[in-house]
Ligand binder design. Structure first.
Ligand code: HEM
Length: 445
């Protein structure tokens, strides 16, 4: 029987033997260089060495494309998207939109992000709420206000509801229990995914249609995506052709940041010392009247909390590619069609690369310490030609959102057991992150 959308991670069953190959990866002294498992009926090579990851994702990246199984999984939702296309087109897209993600642009977004986050969190102390749902709502509106000139704002609730249904229709499960990051999808409810995808695409279709009917250009992300499509088509484009591009950005651009902030609030609520330090740092910077565009640079500890959160709960916990032709690494043949995986979450928790990997220790990312981190053992934004285009946007936004919340509130986890991370397109908490926000008293307000 197909599990219902509310199925909990613990109720999903592991139907295959990949787990045995990975047993021991998280143990101290593990020297394994890779593990071979089967996922979706294909040989999957789980890369555990930075040099192998560098080889497949950077040095010989031309021999690897997006994994077919992952594309199939997301196809009904994304349809076709130039952003995630292969080769030259994605390079061109990146070049054309790069100025929307550069430093001056990010600084102009900061004031809008702060203002909106402040308005949206004014009454956070009004009982227990789901921090994950709250941050998703704020991050989607932030995306709308910054990159879409407000075009998504009237549809935030519809978009969130359709997206939730998409995520509920596809559950990925870690293979090694709570600590392990190698995920697969034991639950894909195809009719539910189809229905949710249709709803999502319908809303986005309307948004694009309205923009196509406008005369005056806005120069925002939506306009640029339309321009790129027109160039590619050498003529007019329809709203339908644009839906995949916009949906890609909506999912990639808000859920990842939202998950980061929600997990960070959970981790900070569990660490009184780190919370006090982050709150005091925020008070100093805000009291000094520092403009929000400079906050991320002036809040090194809070930014380190964001980065440490992404080590423990990377929103994208695995990154896969598929070999176009045969390839080889020392001691390992990679056959054409094999999937290679950078198991981001697993690597983030290996003793080989991290001291006390299970502990939340933001200090690791402070200047002076972060230089010690082994290259390619920390990959929240991926690597190589397809590395996240919104990395700086996401971390700056997450830092501002956290600063706004910590300035006024003290987060307290209101659940029983710890939230269970489950891959629902990004790493989300199964059944949310219930939090209580106590209003802080005193001069900081
Ligand atoms: C903290 C937040 C974020 C995290 C952890 C994150 C993570 C990632 C990762 C790991 C990838 C690479 C996936 C792969 O190689 O298969 C990626 C790609 C991407 N990200 Fe992000 N992301 C974040 C925020 C954002 C934001 C804010 C945006 C846009 C506003 C964005 C837009 C994209 C896009 C468009 C891609 C696809 C790039 C391509 O395929 O060429 N991301 N992200």
């Amino acid at each position: 029987m197909m599990p219902s959308p509310t199925t909990r991670a613990s109720e999903l069953r592991t139907p295959y033997s990949g787990r045995a190959a990975l047993e021991g990866v998280l143990a101290e002294g593990c020297e394994m260089q890779h593990a071979v498992i089967r996922q979706y009926g294909t040989q999957t090579i789980v890369l555990l060495e930075p040099s192998s990851i560098r080889h497949c994702f950077i040095t010989n990246a031309v021999n690897y494309r997006q994994a077919a199984a992952r594309k199939r999984l997301m196809e009904p939702v994304l349809g076709e998207s130039i952003l995630t296309g292969e080769g030259d087109i994605s390079v061109k897209v990146r070049q054309q939109i790069a100025t929307l993600f550069n430093r001056p642009a990010l600084e102009t977004y900061a004031a809008r992000i702060r203002e909106h986050a402040e308005a949206a969190t004014g009454d956070l102390d009004d009982g227990v709420g789901d921090a994950a749902a709250m941050t998703a709502r704020i991050a989607l509106e932030n995306l709308s206000l910054t990159l879409f000139s407000g075009a998504l704002s009237d549809h935030v609730e519809d978009l969130l509801s359709a997206l939730d249904a998409v995520y509920d229709a596809m559950h990925g499960l870690p293979l090694l229990g709570e600590e392990g990051g190698v995920a697969y999808y034991p639950h894909v409810d195809r009719p539910a995914r189809q229905d949710a995808a249709r709803r999502l695409r319908q809303v986005v279709h309307g948004i694009v249609e309205r923009r196509l009917a406008e005369d005056a250009p806005r120069g925002d992300l939506l306009d640029r995506l339309i321009g790129l499509r027109r160039d590619a088509a050498r003529g007019d484009v329809s709203a339908e052709q644009m839906v995949g591009d916009v949906v890609t950005f909506i999912i990639a651009g808000h859920e990842t940041t939202a998950a980061t902030v929600a997990w960070a609030l959970f981790l900070l609520s569990r660490d009184a010392v780190a919370l006090a330090r982050a709150s005091a740092e925020t008070d100093r910077v805000v009291n000094d009247g520092v403009p929000p565009g400079e906050w991320p640079d002036r809040l090194p500890f809070l930014l380190a909390c964001v980065e440490e959160t992404q080590r423990l709960y990377p929103p994208v916990p695995v990154i896969t590619r598929q070999a176009i032709e045969d390839d080889a690494l020392p001691g390992l043949d990679i056959g054409k069609g094999s999937v290679v995986m950078a198991p981001v979450r697993l690597i983030h928790r290996m003793h080989r690369y991290w001291d006390q990997p299970g502990r939340f220790r933001p200090d690791r990312f402070l200047p002076g310490n972060r230089e010690q981190i082994e290259r390619y053992s920390y990959l929240p934004f991926g690597l190589g030609p397809r590395m996240c285009i919104g990395a700086a946007f996401g971390n700056r936004e997450a830092t501002i959102m956290l600063a706004v919340i910590l300035r006024r509130f003290r987060p307290r986890y209101a659940g029983g057991a710890d939230p269970v991370p489950l891959l629902k397109v990004v790493l989300r908490a199964d059944n949310g992150i219930p939090m209580l926000f106590e209003r802080r008293q005193g001069p900081q307000r």
